[in-house]
Write a protein that binds this ligand. Structure first.
Ligand code: C2E
Ligand code: MG
Ligand code: MG
Ligand code: MG
Length: 287
């Protein structure tokens, strides 16, 4: 490609770009149909409260049960949805679906909060608050039952009007803002003190290196920073008992990861939470 570009001719590019554009349109159409046909699903992963040992929050993660390709992870289709604009429909579907599920759990006597992943593109468009309101109204859900997980990149421009009104709208509704993949963005720490964010989710790359002394120091520093600013701090990607124990000692609020539970269909959630509440896994993890 670079070679062709050096020749300075766009004629070589066009067919290739046209093919790419066509492929994108095809995938868009396929995902649009998938949404209509009910091929998308949400799975839920619990966050274990390291103070009380219970679970109050689960994160919703989208899956595409593709008729030919099997179950697809978000990495395989969310970027395409963002590129085509379909992410707004996908996001609305996620919100509606998750609220419906929250209502089912609530009606079954299991009051839970749900964390929803919102891509920067969704967050920057007007109307996301209205979409949330509609999802809430349909099932009697209130903002206190919902957290929006947004990555740091959105927050760099938190002084801009669109971001500001989103953040204010979240605050008015009592929705918690969680910063996802915390520590991996390129933003300065200074924004943290100005933001109405209630939760930091430490990126799992930091948890993965916790077994090394320097890695552990970093995680402890992030936990300390978050706690001193009055924020809840959740560790993502907790896979070993040693990591869990170190997180507990550091004063981390909650832990999420394969050690505690893998993302699961909603029907498995009540049983998993009961098991975690009983502390069985934790005893096993301590051994
Ligand atoms: P994320 O929000 O940081 O989600 C955490 C990811 O780590 C999930 O991957 C989860 O399955 C995985 N994970 C959880 N515990 C462990 C662990 O112990 N070890 C390892 N190695 N991985 C773990 P998943 O489901 O593939 O999602 C990837 C990303 O896709 C998410 O990252 C999120 O940014 C995005 N995403 C997921 N659902 C949605 C959605 O509904 N809408 C949008 N816009 N993005 C979504
Ligand atoms: Mg997330
Ligand atoms: Mg994350
Ligand atoms: Mg991540």
């Amino acid at each position: 490609r670079a070679k062709r570009a050096e020749r300075g001719s766009f004629a070589f590019f066009e067919p290739e770009m046209e093919a790419e554009a066509q492929a994108l349109r095809r995938s868009e159409e396929e995902l649009r149909l998938a949404l209509q046909r009910g091929e998308l699903e949400l799975v839920y992963q619990p966050q274990l409260d390291l103070g009380g040992g219970g679970v109050t929050t689960v994160e919703a993660l989208v899956r595409w049960r593709h008729p030919e390709r099997g179950v697809l992870l978000p990495g395989a289709f969310v970027p395409m949805a963002e590129a085509t604009g379909l992410i707004h429909d996908l996001g609305a579907w996620v919100m509606t679906q998750a609220c419906r599920q929250l209502a089912r759990w609530r009606d079954a006597g299991l009051p839970l909060r749900v964390g929803l992943n919102i891509s920067t593109i969704e967050a920057r468009r007007d109307g996301i608050l209205q979409t949330l309101d509609r999802a809430f109204a349909a099932d009697g859900i209130t903002g206190e039952m919902v957290e929006l997980e947004i990555t740091e990149s959105l927050l760099i421009d938190h002084r801009h009007d669109a971001t500001r009104s989103l953040l204010e709208g979240l605050r008015d509704r009592g929705i918690t803002l969680a910063i996802d993949d915390f520590g991996t963005g390129y933003s300065a720490l200074s924004y943290l003190k100005d933001l109405p964010c209630g939760k930091l989710k430490i990126d799992r790359s930091f948890i993965a290196t916790m077994d090394r002394p320097d890695g552990r120091v970093l995680v402890e520093a992030i936990v300390g920073l978050g706690r001193k600013l009055g924020k809840a701090v959740v560790a993502e990607g907790v896979e070993t008992a040693r990591q869990l124990e170190a997180l507990r000692q550091s004063g981390c609020t909650a832990a999420q990861g394969y050690l505690i539970a893998r993302p699961m269909p909603p029907s498995d959630v009540p049983r998993c939470i009961a098991r975690l509440q009983a502390g069985q896994d934790l005893r096993a993890a301590r051994r």
